[in-house]
Ligand binder design. Structure first.
Ligand code: PMV
Length: 324
């Protein structure tokens, strides 16, 4: 009873920030993302009657808190299957973990696909996106490739807060250049950051009430493949999310000076006619979304920014899937 799955991280263009139900990981707002191709998590899940406890290895290391969290996540699958076997989980990322590169998104998406296949459940991508959401909200979106929307939903049990593809990557093959400005783990997790923002930021209600029109604008820009409109609405959503977090008490700052310098460089490139925009998640890395023809110039400009440690490149990725 084992399977291995591969999933890619995704980067939100219209951000998720805040939970309306922390136990079910239900979002306070809908969100829209793109899935990346070159970054990946490979996760093998094996259930067995001979195992006496859950064992979880993330990049070869084990940690009690992580094992307990994964155990709770796998309980969802054990409950559906009616089988109560413990599991051995081995997960590897080919990129930095916990540094704002969405490793929890690809991690829980890959684990959901592997657990489903190991137990022979065949739940289907939408149901798996609902389950992946329970591990990490943004993981719900990594079940799908290309442009993806995670719906707010309205059912109290969260059964309609699932993701769906908006547009296939082949329809609009954008690229992403990632400027890595720190390889440290982020000091405030996204869950802690969003909870503190919800509880203390006076800007938080405005963030929630303006989200529907941002989602609408992004959906329209994606349907029309209008780069300029997608650029404007994505930067707006990113800055609004961070502004709500800055105004938490104590304020949450995920950026460093190189983060800001990269954002300024990207705006200068755009002013000079290059099709590129930025987005930044709960960490200091800057993701520059651009057209394929612009990617070389964007990567070169970002690697020249003081404080940039590494520049990674990705195209748009496909859905999470089993590999054995
Ligand atoms: O799903 P989490 O808990 O990793 O939170 C993700 C939060 C952001 O990356 C900042 C925004 C998003 O929509 O991915």
């Amino acid at each position: 009873m084992y399977a291995e799955a591969l999933a890619h991280p995704n980067i939100a263009l219209i951000k998720y920030w805040g939970k309306r139900d922390a136990a079910l990981n239900l979002p306070a707002v809908g969100s829209i993302s793109i899935t990346l191709d070159t970054l990946e998590t490979r996760t093998r899940v094996e259930f067995g009657p001979d195992l006496t406890e859950d064992r979880v290895y993330l990049n070869g290391r084990t940690d009690d808190a992580e094992t307990a969290k994964v155990g709770k996540f796998l309980d969802l699958f054990r409950k559906i299957s009616g089988k109560s076997y413990f599991a051995l989980v081995e997960s590897k990322n080919n990129f930095a973990t916990g540094a704002g590169l969405a490793s929890s998104a690809s991690g829980y998406a890959a684990m959901a696909v592997a657990a489903d296949a190991a137990l022979g459940l065949e739940l289907g991508s939408e149901k798996l996106s609902e389950l992946a959401r329970r591990g990490s909200g943004s993981a719900s979106r990594s079940l799908f490739g290309g442009f993806v929307e995670w719906s707010l939903g309205s059912n109290p049990d969260g059964s309609d807060s699932v993701s769906r593809q908006l547009l296939d990557r082949k329809e609009w093959p954008l690229e992403v250049v990632i400027a890595v400005t720190s390889k440290e783990r982020k000091p405030v997790s996204s869950s802690k950051g969003m909870n503190l923002t919800m509880d203390t930021s006076p800007f938080y209600p405005a963030w929630v009430s303006s989200q529907e029109s941002d989602l609408d604008a992004a959906r329209n820009a994606i349907a029309a493949k209008d780069f300029g409109r997608l650029a404007d609405i994505s930067e707006y959503s990113c800055l609004k999310m961070h502004a709500s977090a800055f105004a938490a008490n104590p304020g949450i700052i995920y950026w460093n000076s190189a983060t800001l310098a990269c954002m300024q460089t990207i705006r200068e490139l755009r002013k000079a006619g290059i099709s590129v925009f930025f987005t930044v998640d709960a960490g200091p890395q800057v993701k520059a979304v651009c057209t394929p023809i612009a990617a070389g110039a964007v990567a070169e400009a970002l690697s020249d920014v003081a404080g940039v440690k590494d520049v990674l490149r990705a195209g748009l990725g496909g859905p999470a899937h089993t590999i054995s």
